[in-house]
Design a protein around this ligand. Structure first.
Ligand SMILES: CCCCCC/C=C\CC(=O)SCCNC(=O)CCNC(=O)[C@H](O)C(C)(C)COP(=O)(O)OP(=O)(O)OC[C@H]1O[C@@H](n2cnc3c(N)ncnc32)[C@H](O)[C@@H]1OP(=O)(O)O
Length: 239
């Protein structure tokens, strides 16, 4: 990802990611490392500006593009690793959770923090967390909107490994891909999709309802006020 300053996910960036995933699949790619050009941020999650006073059709397109990108990422036939050498809140955490393996560096925060922002992580975000860390830990983390530090993320199983820095992180991600390289492709892909199928189907069969929930939620005046205040607090921080 290369969308400075924080790889926030707007419609255009989500489309780029989706196109890249389609291309990799068409080219019979043997593995992907999802990484960031930023030295300190993996991805800041959804671009909050896309949810602030949007036009209805633009907001619908934004959400459908996110769904398209995630459905592709979660179901890739090739192995995927997240090299998390920077913070990964909310949608950034979703990207990492959607890969098959996660390597993180020290001093990083990662988690689905939506509750803390007064918004609700959609069901499929929640499913991704549950599938990685289990029901009990996911419920606790999601209710609190907990951001895990590196040590906590490793301990709870949210990430698989800690590496000292970006270079080591990429090297460990490559080692994971190498460990998968000799597995029979069809068997590997079939088992992966077997595990992920119910999560994927839940969104595929409920896409329109999921979009409706998003639209109805973000267009509420009190939610818009919350988004406005949050945007102000973010820009004050950097100003
Ligand atoms: C029922 C359905 C309801 C809706 C469901 C929505 C689901 C998912 C939600 C999301 O993904 S919402 C996004 C949540 N993300 C966050 O809360 C992260 C916010 N950002 C940060 O915490 C920090 O920026 C950072 C990622 C830890 C990086 O910190 P750093 O100090 O390096 O950078 P900043 O100075 O804070 O930011 C630089 C610059 O970027 C702007 N920015 C940061 N995050 C976002 C974002 N998510 N969207 C848009 N813009 C963002 C920030 O305002 C600064 O802008 P300027 O002031 O420089 O213009």
């Amino acid at each position: 990802m290369n969308r400075p300053p924080v790889n926030s996910l707007n419609t255009e960036h989500l489309e780029q990611l989706h196109r890249a995933l389609v291309r990799l699949e068409n080219e019979k790619c043997r593995g992907m490392i999802l990484s960031s050009s930023s030295p300190t941020v993996f991805s800041a999650g959804l671009d909050i500006r896309e949810m602030y006073k949007p036009e209805l059709e633009k907001a619908r397109k934004f959400w459908r593009t996110l769904q398209d990108m995630w459905l592709k990422l979660y179901s890739t036939p090739y192995p995927t690793v997240a090299a998390i050498h920077g913070h990964a809140p909310a949608g950034g955490c979703l990207l990492a959770l959607s890969c098959e393996y996660r390597v993180i560096v020290p001093n990083v925060k990662i988690g689905l923090n939506e509750t803390q922002l007064g918004i609700v992580a959609p069901q499929w975000f929640q499913d991704c967390m549950r599938n990685v860390i289990g029901e009990r830990q996911a419920e606790k983390a999601l209710i609190a909107g907990h951001m895990f530090n590196t040590e906590q993320a490793l301990q709870v199983g949210l990430v698989d490994e800690v590496a000292a820095d970006k270079a080591a992180c990429i090297a460990r991600a490559e080692a994971f891909l190498a460990s998968q390289a000799n597995l029979p492709l069809l068997a590997r892909k079939t088992v992966k999709l077997g595990f992920r199928n119910s999560t994927l189907s839940r969104l595929m069969t409920g896409r329109e309802a999921d979009t409706k929930i998003f639209i109805e939620y973000i267009f509420q005046p009190k939610v818009q006020k919350g988004i406005e205040l949050y945007l102000q607090s973010l820009s004050k921080k950097s100003g």
